[in-house]
Write a protein that binds this ligand. Sequence first.
Ligand code: HEC
Length: 92
Amino acid sequence: MGASQPDPYVNATLDLKGSLEQGGQLFRINCAGCHGISAQGHLGPNLLDVSERRNDAQLIKQIVSGNTPPMPRFQMEPQEMADLLAYLHSLN
Ligand code: HEC
């Protein structure tokens, strides 16, 4: 990913404090089918320690872009994205 452009969605998300509990729920509903119930990897890659490999802007882009099929593009409110990031940060 190149130089980061100011992105209002990313900025709005990063201004919010995420809820780990809500994020875990969103993950189980939207992501666990491919990434595994504990993010251990399945059809999609293992996401443990993913926040050490990718910064938040990169994670958000991955989730909303749909650039890497079969992973779909997700549209969610900044608060939901902040919750999901809180969950991704907790994976290790
Ligand atoms: C239909 C299956 C599918 C679903 C649903 C899905 N993913 Fe993925 N995801 C993938 C695949 C496949 C890749 C690998 C894409 C590639 O790099 O080619 C991926 C890659 C990723 C990556 C990058 C991992 C890395 O090491 O860089 C992240 C982060 C991620 N997914 C998060 C999520 C989150 C969060 C959700 C739920 C909102 C989700 N994914 C839902 C299939 C899925």
